[in-house]
Unconditional design. Structure first.
Length: 147
């Protein structure tokens, strides 16, 4: 099971990495960058049962979606996040567990895409496989331009 999990994850990341440089150069000149922050709570790449057909199909949806974004020249990059994390809070620098939000959801990963505006970025985000899950959310935010 661990080998299948590692293989699927590696395939997804290699596909994304090899296509993202092409996509970035093709679309970068006339677009803005947006980050998609993926929030969910019912399946994570680290904890998924890779022996289930449903899980394999779901991962294939992600691979296909990301490949499509890359082929269209809009995928810049992204990564899944681990299930652990910390948040350093305020002036007193109190450290708390940060992988789970107050709502019980986790921030599972992100992608950066090129789009002409936030409306187009939202339309792109609507194709995200996470939105096939009842509690899945994609936060779409513009990345501040560097002068």
């Amino acid at each position: 099971m661990k080998n299948l999990k590692t293989t699927l994850f590696t395939i997804a990341m290699i596909t994304m990495a090899t296509m993202s440089s092409y996509a970035q150069s093709k679309a970068e000149s006339k677009t803005e960058k947006f980050i998609f922050i993926f929030r969910g709570e019912d399946m994570h790449i680290q904890t998924a049962n890779y022996e289930l057909k449903e899980v394999k199909d779901y991962i294939q949806l992600w691979i296909t979606w990301q490949q499509g974004l890359a082929q269209k020249g809009i995928l810049v990059g992204g990564d899944p996040l681990q299930t652990i994390g910390k948040v350093v809070n305020g002036k007193s620098k109190v450290v708390t567990d940060g992988a789970v939000l107050a709502s019980g959801q986790t921030v599972d990963g992100y992608l950066i895409v090129n789009a002409k505006d936030i409306t187009e970025a939202v339309e792109i985000a609507k194709g995200c496989p996470l939105l096939t899950k009842e509690k899945g959310k994609v936060e779409v935010r513009p990345i501040q331009k560097q002068n």
